[in-house]
Design a protein around this ligand. Structure first.
Ligand code: PEP
Ligand code: MG
Length: 755
């Protein structure tokens, strides 16, 4: 059974498009199970129907024609029950629904299994036979296993829009591709796919601007991979069994294979750029090997693909062809987006950001929010080439994008953009006003910053200072660790720009999804690994350099506060404070006139939350990092689109944890700031105010809206809201409570974003 399954899966993945993949599936299953018919129905969400999409055995004319209402027939029943339905004589079942076009009366035995992926029914797979009999347990197992594989393929096709094109060919262009909201706002622009090519299938077609350079880059990439393989083979051969050692020989043979190299070079000379030429040469080789009946040869197809990726990776590292200059307002679309990438595009030309990976709390989302650029993330696996050359609407509120929208859709979104610009202009009038409740309680409202380019936006937002300056971003856009002098210069600009308002500088917080291009950290669980303070305490050289640069920059300005990220234990704080004293002493000995700034600890790990009081006693303030605290408290990767639905900082456990941290901070007479994204959500900001938080740090773009919300409530109302929220059992109820409260005070306009 395994071998048959493997073969079917292999044939399906080799199919050039979805209709062929479905046709191959039903034919192979019919042959393997020796049944009279095998059929696939797919769900058409738009029309709430199941559509017959492929059949081996029933009338082929019925493909695309037969549409069953969701409640109709045995297909509807399988989908409803979400489990296999095994009937010896289907026409006698009360739910049997005769469809004239397929003449199913002749079939008696029926087995239907749902195609389910991530709790969603995508369709139904059936087999039928002319005799009256029940299918055996092994047959049911077989079909269920195939259905699981098929559902995963179909999910990919659904995400890429392929099924929708099949089901409703005319609606493409008005149909949304659903992801998650990364940064609010709406943008319309031309797609630009940066050269971050993750896989061969994502390589877009491009002409070679200079074929000779493309050829040279290709030869260099092959040579680099040859060396890589040679070195790996020298290191690993003594440790590997002979069968595994043979792999290196296979790689070397492939790399020197005349046909593979010649094929690529011919394609380059015919006008293709090197990555696409290599992609096609690899693909044709893979196809040949997969067609071979010999299991040894078909296993080589995977080796070829692996080799393909390695060479592609090298080609990426030394692109021969510079990216075309970005001339009009564009939407960057990539699988993953690096900070360097964003920084490379002039901000006045960047209209929106779309990432196939990531979720609302990925750092690219935070950065997009800080820059005020609408972003949609987590669209899932889709071929990037499909986006190239399109116009795209990015709806950062709903987490959707529309490719090549029609005129009506475009107009609708243009109106929304205009309405939003109007609201922003209205909120500008609050710039000079304080974040003060209706009864006169003033809460400091700070902004967040990451790059020097943020200075203008933060100043413009009317914030009371910088509540979180993420120093790692300056490290991420460079090619090596910045020197003390370089850092000093950056920090000094930041401090003087806001003096006398405070600037909270967080020490380097790399690791997790924030990696440095020049310092590779490979870990199985990076979010649970060498992050933030754990890294810097292991590298006192890097930590001391940064502290010295900060302290020097503060000399004479005196508005610096330092914040330690990712604190897990009290000992880490003690050690960091010891190093701070050392930096101060060293600098004084060198003749600098430096003072000890206020020091804070980030509470973003549950262990720190439950020791908030003991931590607070050692420092001057606490700052709650709800982005990470949510991830660690709820055990939901902040960067994983699959579980994005579970990630919610309004989860009742989060509210209880925050309330505890505030109480413990206050017991130690220390102020508690909140610097996670939660502070940028106007409803949550009012809730936090009511819970007693002493200051908030929101993204610069959100500062006016948060201020607007705070100015619309009294402290007593906010407090009452907090008391009620703390009694609720679900995040949804909390959201509802906050939205109702916002509507009641006339802030319905911002509720839409936080639905
Ligand atoms: C947080 O975790 O809430 C936070 C502010 O830090 P970052 O998002 O940079 O990890
Ligand atoms: Mg954090």
């Amino acid at each position: 059974m395994l071998e048959t399954l493997r073969r079917i899966v292999q044939d399906v993945s080799a199919a050039p498009d979805l209709p062929s993949a479905l046709a191959v599936t039903v034919n192979r299953i019919r042959d393997a199970m020796r049944v009279a018919a095998c059929t696939v129905y797919l769900v058409d969400e738009d029309n709430r129907e199941y559509v017959l999409m492929a059949t081996a055995g029933l009338n082929p004319q019925a493909i695309g024609q037969i549409r069953l209402d969701r409640q109709q027939g045995l297909i509807g029943l399988v989908a409803e029950r979400q489990e296999p339905l095994n009937l010896e004589d289907a026409p006698h079942h009360p739910r049997f629904y005769p469809v004239r076009e397929v003449e199913e009366d002749a079939y008696h035995a029926f087995l239907g299994v749902p195609l389910i992926q991530y709790r969603r029914v995508l369709g139904v797979l059936t087999v039928q036979h002319t005799t009256i009999r029940l299918f055996q347990a092994s047959e049911v197992d077989f079909l269920v296993t195939i259905a699981a594989q098929l559902a995963s393929t179909l999910n990919h096709a659904i995400l890429s829009g392929a099924t929708q094109e099949l089901l409703n060919p005319l609606t493409i262009g008005t149909r949304a591709l659903q992801g998650v909201a990364g940064a609010s706002g709406i943008a319309i622009g031309a797609v630009t796919v940066p050269h971050l090519l993750a896989d061969l299938d994502d390589v877009p077609d491009r002409p070679a601007l200079d074929p000779a350079m493309e050829e040279a880059a290709f030869h260099a990439a092959i040579a680099a991979v040859e060396q890589e393989v040679r070195e790996a083979s020298e290191q690993l051969t003594p440790l590997l069994p002979p069968t595994e050692q043979a792999l290196f020989t296979v790689y070397r043979m492939m790399l020197s294979s005349d046909t593979l190299l010649r094929d690529t070079l011919e394609r380059i000379r015919a006008g293709s750029w090197a990555p696409a030429a290599w992609r096609d040469a690899i693909r044709s080789r893979v196809r040949l090997l997969e067609q071979a009946e010999d299991p040894y040869l078909s296993a080589r197809a995977e080796d070829i693909r692996d080799l393909g990726r390695r060479v592609l990776h090298r080609l990426r590292a030394q692109p021969a062809q510079a990216s075309e200059p970005i001339t009009e307002r564009c939407v960057l679309v990539a699988e993953e987006m690096s900070v360097a990438h964003l920084a490379a595009v002039p901000s006045d030309q960047l209209a929106g950001i779309v990432c196939l990976r990531g979720s609302a709390l990925s750092h690219v989302a935070l950065l997009a929010r800080a820059m005020g650029i609408p972003a949609v993330l987590g669209l899932g696996d889709r071929p990037l080439g499909r986006f190239e050359g399109s116009t795209i609407i990015v709806d950062g509120y709903q987490g959707r994008v529309y490719l090549n929208p029609d005129a009506t859709m475009r107009k609708e979104y243009q109106q929304l953009i205009a309405a939003e610009a109007e609201l922003t202009a209205e909120l500008r009038s609050l710039r000079e006003q304080a974040a003060m409740t209706r009864d006169g309680y003033r809460i400091p409202l700070y902004a967040k910053a990451g790059l020097l380019t943020d200075i203008a936006m933060v100043t413009d937002s009317g914030a009371d200072g910088v509540g979180l300056y993420r120093t790692e971003f300056a490290f991420m856009v460079r090619e090596s660790f910045p020197s003390e002098d370089e850092q000093h210069q950056i920090y000094q600009q930041m401090l003087t720009a806001f003096s006398p308002r405070p600037v909270v500088m967080r020490t380097l917080d790399i690791g997790g999804d924030k990696t440095l291009p020049y310092f590779n950290i490979e870990e199985n669980n990076p979010f649970l690994g060498w992050r933030g303070m754990r890294f810097t305490l292991d590298h006192p050289d890097i930590f001391l350099t940064q502290l010295r640069a900060m302290l020097r920059a503060n000399a004479g300005v005196d508005n610096l506060r330092i914040l330690f990220p990712m604190i897990t234990t009290v000992e880490e704080v003690d050690e960091a404070l010891r190093l701070l004293e050392r930096a101060l002493q060293e600098l004084r000995e060198e003749g600098w006139s430096v003072t000890r700034p206020e020091i804070g600890v980030m509470i973003e790990i549950p262990s720190a939350a439950w020791q908030a009081g003991q931590l607070a006693q050692r420092v001057d303030f606490l700052s709650v990092g709800t982005n990470d605290l949510t991830q660690y408290l709820l055990a939901v990767d902040r960067d994983n689109a699959r579980v994005a639905g579970l990630y919610d900082n309004l989860h009742p456990s989060m509210l209880k944890a925050i309330a505890y941290i505030i109480a413990e901070g206050h017991r130690a007479s220390r102020p508690v700031n909140l610097c996670g994204e939660m502070a940028a959500d106007p409803g949550a900001a009012v809730l936090l105010l009511g819970m007693g938080v002493d200051s908030l740090s929101a993204g610069a773009v959100s500062v006016p809206k948060v201020k607007w919300a705070i100015r619309s409530f009294t402290l007593a109302e906010a407090h009452e809201l907090a008391c009620r929220a703390l009694l609720l059992a679900t995040a949804k109820e909390v959201r509802q409570l906050l939205n109702d409260a916002l509507r009641q005070v006339g802030l319905g306009e911002i509720v839409r974003e936080y639905a």
